[in-house]
Design a protein. Structure first.
Length: 217
């Protein structure tokens, strides 16, 4: 091989090595899903609290959502503020759904439901729609469940403590239910915590649960 031929071959080899190195450089930070790569299946049940997980009411132990949970409300404009089971605040079109009640401390009732979506949600819009629906409940409300009716209860407070989070409280002097709606692009979580005593830190807890969802989906 001539000196010129050897020089050209060396240049070509150098170009190939540089190109290969450029294609194999690693980037620090979180992994990025390649465009067009299908998302891993997410089970709604896996996004709920698991047995032994801590809550503001203590460790949780899952059980079925029983007949003590409200299934209807009057007047109708209080439905969004009252219902956990069958909540109208859940965006339609979910690909998977799961719910569970939990045994916690003696008198408290705690439950979660979660929907998972293939098409992304707009968390801001979902929360704003929920805010408008909950705020329609004025005056006394009555909550129906299989054994009868509970009330009157009133909307005591509602607000959006963080992006993608709505919280509100319904109750009376001897019973209080705190609710939360936490939304990320692929999931929406509804939380209900009821007890004889008020003071459940729903704003902080719903923000925490949303962050946990965001890490999972």
């Amino acid at each position: 091989m001539t000196r010129l031929g050897r020089s050209c071959a060396a240049v070509v080899l150098l170009v190939v090595v540089v190109a290969m190195a450029a294609c194999t450089n690693s980037v620090a930070g979180r992994a990025i899903r390649a465009s067009g790569q299908p998302r891993a299946h997410i089970s709604a049940r896996d996004l709920l609290l698991q047995d032994g997980d801590n809550t503001p009411l203590g460790p949780a132990s899952s059980t079925r959502v029983g007949e003590t949970y409200f299934t209807s409300a009057r007047p109708p404009e209080c439905t969004a503020a009252v219902l956990f089971k069958g909540s109208p605040l859940r965006p339609p079109g979910s690909a998977d759904f799961a719910e569970s009640a939990y045994r916690v401390q003696a008198t408290a009732m705690y439950a979660e439901s979660v929907d998972v979506y293939n098409s992304p949600l707009n968390p801001h819009d979902v929360v704003q729609n929920g805010f408008r629906a909950v705020s329609q409940c004025h005056g006394d409300a009555f909550a129906g469940y299989p054994a009868g009716e509970f009330g009157p209860i009133t909307l005591k407070s509602f607000g959006t403590p963080a992006e993608g989070v709505l919280v509100w409280s319904m109750g009376r002097s001897d019973w209080n239910c705190d609710y939360g709606l936490a939304v990320v692009p692929r999931a929406a979580l509804v939380i209900s915590a009821c007890d004889q005593n008020s003071g459940f830190p729903m704003a902080e807890w719903a923000v925490t649960r949303r962050a946990q969802l965001d890490d999972r989906v």
